[in-house]
Design a binder for this molecule. Structure first.
Ligand code: ATP
Ligand code: ZN
Length: 283
């Protein structure tokens, strides 16, 4: 069978988590910083290490079959690729920010203003949606310093903590687009058996990340209250303890209702609660 090629970021914010995801899928490969391509030893896959901006284009042209890249980069490139799976990392928001003392208060105040950004395509779509006529200054980096230099009245850039904005005298003003890392594929690849196998592995890793394995001890008389709180993959496993009248309950709960459930379980008489990570969940 012909190997598929997956393109991931060579270095930067998505590199480590992309490599980790593939390793968690059971793929065995060397991750030399110097090489641009590596072959997976136990799966029909080659990994290409590229700049993130190049990934959508490589996939659209079929040079790579698959790619892991931020939605912001895919949208900006306007490349024709298929979205296969959200990956839950690399979360960030593209925002418009303005100088702290700016007179801009409302979106419509952006009319006639200039906005510096590395994302002219996404910004233009946003402005069109709100029927705002602004002058987009496309620049490739260090966007935050543009207002201070008198190049623009506002910026549109990726913001996570807001620290960079603050240190440049800026404040967030409007959210343009949320983004996370996505697995993309070239068009027509959907039915490929290697892709299907890889997707199944990725989904089982993602499901496992959202859930915890919980073991707790409880007096048998309190068991009905405990099982009511827990809705596991199926009903919880109940095992008798050496101590008469006590049982251990094993189950899987999602990260989301983790703390809420732990407190309710304690109130219902649960003791010695142990919470463990899960590696994979195969449905
Ligand atoms: P490259 O050298 O590959 O072109 P880059 O400098 O363009 O890298 P990074 O800063 O490594 O890109 O960010 C890669 C992606 O990570 C972004 O496109 C975005 O999807 C995501 N990301 C998540 N959080 C942040 C953040 N706080 N700042 C910037 N990007 C973020
Ligand atoms: Zn980039």
């Amino acid at each position: 069978m012909k190997n598929l090629k997956i393109a991931i970021q060579k270095s930067g914010r998505l590199n480590e988590k992309s490599v980790q995801l593939l390793k968690n899928c059971g793929l065995d490969f060397e991750n030399y910083k110097s090489s641009l391509i590596t072959t997976v030893n136990n799966f029909s896959l080659e990994i290409l290490f590229l700049r993130d901006d190049d990934i959508p284009g490589y996939v659209a042209q079929g040079i790579a079959d698959l790619g892991i890249v931020g939605e912001n980069v895919i949208d900006e490139s306007q490349a024709e690729v298929t979205y296969l799976q959200r990956l839950g990392f690399g979360k960030c928001t593209l925002k418009i920010a303005i100088p702290k003392d700016s007179e801009i208060q409302d979106l419509k105040d952006l009319n006639g203003k200039s906005i510096a950004t590395s994302y002219p395509v996404i910004l233009q779509q946003f402005l069109d949606e709100y029927q705002i006529q602004a002058d987009i200054q496309g620049i490739s980096g260090s966007v935050e310093i543009a207002p201070g230099l008198g190049l623009s009245d506002a910026i549109c850039d990726i913001v996570s903590t807001g620290g960079t904005l603050k240190s440049n005298g800026l404040k967030p003003f409007a959210d343009v687009r949320r983004s996370e890392a996505i697995l993309i594929g070239r068009e027509g690849l959907e039915e490929d058996p290697i892709l299907c196998e890889l997707l199944q592995r990725i989904q089982s890793v993602l499901r496992a990340k959202e859930t915890k394995y919980v073991v707790l001890n409880v007096e048998k008389i309190n068991l009905p209250q405990i099982t009511e709180v827990l809705h596991g993959v199926k009903s919880p496993t109940v095992v008798p303890l050496a101590e008469e009248g006590w049982v251990a309950v094993h189950t899987v709960i999602t990260e989301d209702d983790f703390w809420g459930k732990i407190n309710t379980l304690k109130a219902a008489g649960a003791q010695g609660i142990v919470v463990m990570p899960i590696e994979k969940i195969i449905l």
